[in-house]
Design a protein around this ligand. Sequence first.
Ligand SMILES: CSC[C@H]1O[C@@H](n2cnc3c(O)ncnc32)[C@H](O)[C@@H]1O
Ligand SMILES: [Zn+2]
Length: 430
Amino acid sequence: MTSLLIAGGQVLRSDMTVSQADILIDQDSGLIKKIGSDLTAENTLQAANSLVTPGFVNGHSHVPMVLLRGCADDKPLDRWLEEDIWPAESTMTADDVHTGAKLGLLEMIKSGTTGFADMYFHVPEIVAAVDQAGVRALLGHGVVTTGKDADKSLADVEKSLEFAQEYDGAADGRISTAFMPHSLVTVGSEYLEEFVPRVREAGIPIHYHANETLNEVTPIVNDHGIRPLDYAADHGMLEPQDFVAHGVHVDEHEMTLLAEAGTSVIHCPASNMKLASGMAPIQRLMDAGVTVGLGTDGAASNNDLSLLDEGRDAAMLGKIAANDASAVPAETVVQMMTQGSASALGFHSGVIEEGEPADLAVIDLEKPHLTPRNDLVSHLAYSAAGSDVKHTICDGQILMRDREVLTFEEESIVKQAQQTASSLVSRVSG
Ligand SMILES: CSC[C@H]1O[C@@H](n2cnc3c(O)ncnc32)[C@H](O)[C@@H]1O
Ligand SMILES: [Zn+2]
């Protein structure tokens, strides 16, 4: 057995308690073998004066959109997509997506993220980047049929199903897949009626944007006389393995529907604030029994991919939304960015326990803004930043040591991404 020891850190356990311990990892299986004291291994990562947490899981993103960071600020969702984002994306090549994915993965590894879900296009290029990066991912081809003719629409939906079937288990099992209609209003019901039964037959999960803005809710209520999540349930898209992004404008009935169906919600507070989409009722969703994870959405509506930033946003916005300072407390936020997202995505990661995957982030506590160390769960939710992450480990392998990413050449990726983004922007602006 090739083994790795994470030595001398303060370890955050699944019950949210913190205590000093060594973690022994079997690097062949990628699993945590033992948590204790005086353990030895072939390789060691020092974690003294550090907090060892489960690697963060980004439950909803469009990672290659890092190339569009800062290109389209200060607009609401529909105008942002139609005036800026979709025209830019229509010129993106497979190579562009590959470059964007590598840049985004670099940013995620550097901020302690070890797993994520992603909806985009040219997804085989994202698979290649994930394979090289060493993280865990649930990937899917995002389908939009509005504005397309029937042949193109059908081809897009087929592509999403085919991708999910072909790539499940790729990258030595670190990649899983889902069928990903973009939203309930951007994919025609005839396509959902035809494809969802095939998706179900193949045992594939479904992920989509739901109830993000009122502009998504009103047309469904007007055209069908039902709430969007009733519409989703009627189309067979509300199952325990499914997860929806945003869930901002959900009413009491839809909260119950989600809880009874076992469908998870990925909360994206930064994107919801930046696009002024609204405040998701996160505390009420959790009180109703819904599993809630945390996601950044794309970097053009955030504008970063750090889950530590997102956690702070979730806590702050959750309190304002509930008009209650005790809503969405620190422990809940930390659970959302680890166990909540992992459970939504069907990952076994998200906890530090023997026999579980060794997906970890080691946070350097020797920082003025993390002093004094009164409450490390509070620090994770309110004070720590992505740049405090010292080591990142996924599947038992070291992806970043002492802030040096080992699976990517950081300097060349940043340079290439800058060139790709400049060319993309000049193509769009003519
Ligand atoms: C067809 S691939 C995915 C598609 O989604 C777009 N997107 C990015 N952020 C959001 C959001 O918050 N709501 C809806 N759609 C979003 C992205 O630009 C891609 O076109
Ligand atoms: Zn999104």
